[in-house]
Design a protein around this ligand. Structure first.
Ligand SMILES: Cc1ncc(COP(=O)(O)O)c(C=O)c1O
Length: 375
């Protein structure tokens, strides 16, 4: 039997990985500036992470959510402590799409309404409601048209006000930095306006931090730059450093009810252990600070290349924009220079989403490779 052919694959098969390096079966060593799509936060096979997961697997790997799992409470407490987001409770999922799906569901239960405001160029995942709020017709089926969604542009206050005033909106969902879309961000004034209008109109504000959360931008969550307190915060990717796990933080004014949400695998013992290990490592190795410092060095270094038209994003969620399509360059970086980077909906942009513990020498390696190809 063959695989269902949905991924255009690069010819490379990894054999193992170590911190910010991936090795292939031919013995090549690649610098990972993509983190498997922003997933590898503390480094591939980080020793503390491997240790914790191995120990946990030897104790108990899984049991269902119908008995107490004290690790989930620890995860909740540690996220609250490290993020500084007080008065939230946690529900754990297995992926980013599932986090968003549950967030929209909670908002609809809470408001007893159903319409959603989402943003153009967004990406929120591949489940039904997540696809409904994703602005890419190429990946949507007829089924995803059944949910009532209005798409507006970032920073368009008039369009936003017009939609929210109709009175039938359940939630507004946004990415503080659009990941797949190409690293665009709304302005603080607009985000604050959206937040205030949501409060005034009893609409839930949902921050999709699936890609930008867990320290990637130098803040624990990217929305924190705007000094707002969303009703629901969605997390995944960097949360488990490769272990499939996600979650939503739900503000305490939204009341839980037995049976409202549920999952078989979400928040299992192994998943919780992965998250705890990620959180401890982010703290112990000061990875949020590293993320901020490396952004400064990255901007200073990479902007020296004359064909770079713009550097977008924050912390270690960055995009290098050129005034030509970047696909060929990305291929050369992989196969000639042995550096992984990412693409996006913006064809002129290379995405940089490395493990949060890279150092200046790794940025220099990218600079040297770009220099060879572009100068
Ligand atoms: C902002 C955002 N939300 C949601 C998702 C979906 O996450 P997952 O692929 O874990 O379902 C992604 C994935 O790229 C994302 O970038």
């Amino acid at each position: 039997m063959s695989l269902f052919n949905v991924y255009p694959l690069y010819e490379m098969t990894p054999s193992h990985a170590e911190m910010c390096y991936v090795f292939d079966k031919k013995g090549n060593k690649y610098l990972d500036l993509y983190g498997g799509h922003a997933v590898i936060s503390i480094g591939h096979s980080h020793p503390a992470y491997v240790n914790s997961l191995t120990k946990q697997l030897n104790n108990i790997g899984f049991y269902s959510n119908y008995i107490i799992n004290d690790l989930q409470k620890k995860v909740a407490e540690k996220i609250i402590l490290q993020s500084g987001c007080k008065n939230y409770s946690l529900f754990m999922t297995n992926s980013g799409a599932e986090a968003n799906e549950n967030a929209l569901q909670v908002a609809s239960f809470h408001t007893n309404k159903s319409r959603i405001i989402a943003f153009k160029n967004s990406f929120h995942g591949r489940s039904n409601a997540a696809l409904s709020i994703t602005d890419n017709s190429n990946i949507k089926s007829k089924m995803n048209d059944k949910i009532d969604v209005s798409f507006i542009n970032f920073n368009d206050k008039d369009a936003f006000d017009k939609e929210i005033k109709k009175g039938d909106v359940s939630s507004v969902i946004f990415e503080s930095i659009q990941g797949v879309g190409g690293l665009d961000e709304p302005e603080t004034e607009f985000v604050k306006h959206v937040s205030n209008q949501c409060k005034k109109n009893s609409v839930c504000l949902i921050a999709d931090e699936v890609q930008s959360g867990f320290g990637r931008t130098g803040d624990f969550f990217a929305f924190q730059k705007h000094d707002i307190d969303p009703d629901i915060i969605c997390m995944a990717k960097g949360m488990g450093n490769g272990f499939p796990v996600g979650g939503i933080l739900i503000k305490d004014n939204i009341k839980a009810k037995f049976g409202m949400l549920g999952t078989t695998f979400g928040g299992n013992h192994l998943a919780c252990t992965a998250v705890l290990s990620v959180l401890e490592t982010i703290e112990n190795e000061k990875l949020m600070e590293n993320s901020k410092n490396l952004e400064n060095y990255f901007r200073k270094t990479i902007s020296k290349i004359s064909s770079v038209s713009k550097i977008k994003g924050r912390g270690l969620m960055l995009g290098i924009e050129f005034n030509f399509p970047a696909a060929e360059l990305r291929k050369k970086l992989i196969f000639k220079h042995k550096i992984f980077t990412g693409g996006s909906a913006n064809k002129n942009l290379l995405r940089i989403l490395p493990p949060l513990n890279i150092n200046k020498s790794h940025v220099d390696k990218l600079y040297n490779a770009l220099n060879v190809e572009l100068q």
